[in-house]
Design a binder for this molecule. Sequence first.
Ligand code: GSF
Length: 203
Amino acid sequence: MKLIASLTSPYARKVRIVLAEKHIECDLQVDIPWNEDTHVPDYNPLGKIPVLVLDDGTAVYDSRVIAEYLDHASPVHNVLPKDARGRIAARRWEALADGICDAAATIFLERKRPEAQQSPDWIARQQLKIERGLATASRDLADRVWCVADAYTLADIALGCALGYLDLRFPSIAWRDSYPNLAGLMQRLNERPAFADSTPPKA
Ligand code: GSF
């Protein structure tokens, strides 16, 4: 089994953390989708990472499907709650976190375009999604330790990857000042080897 990923992708980091928490061995094949010589489309017609390639050649994407596959692949440390209510809650948190990443990645890409072609309205629209997303995450976490059912789940992993991606791409967003409870969650997550070992390089 191999994971095709980049070291900065928050979606790939989510999968790498699930692999680590569940003690699943998996080769990492770094491939940047924007590079001329990328092979990502050979595995995912959408040209996106991460892609999990099974030993029989089956390609699993996207990160949400990969996380579910991995959770079923090993009984070690389930990251999704067993009960339907808990699973739905964890998936909704993941959708919120991934949506923050989507908006952040969209801004990052838009700002790579020639200045004259960048759309300030489009960037502003994405910034609002990030702001509302962070406010909602903070409101819904409230004073609890973990996002769902007082246990560390995929919800916390996804949110931690989103917050870490904001630190990487938009260090000026002072979300820790605005949302101390999210700062506390990030502190707890960064104490876990799976998070510490997958911190995206600043490059
Ligand atoms: C999103 C993956 C994605 O946008 C998932 O795996 O959860 N829903 C998918 N990946 C980006 C890299 S990054 O921003 O993490 C990607 O591969 N973009 C290449 C492209 O052509 O959009």
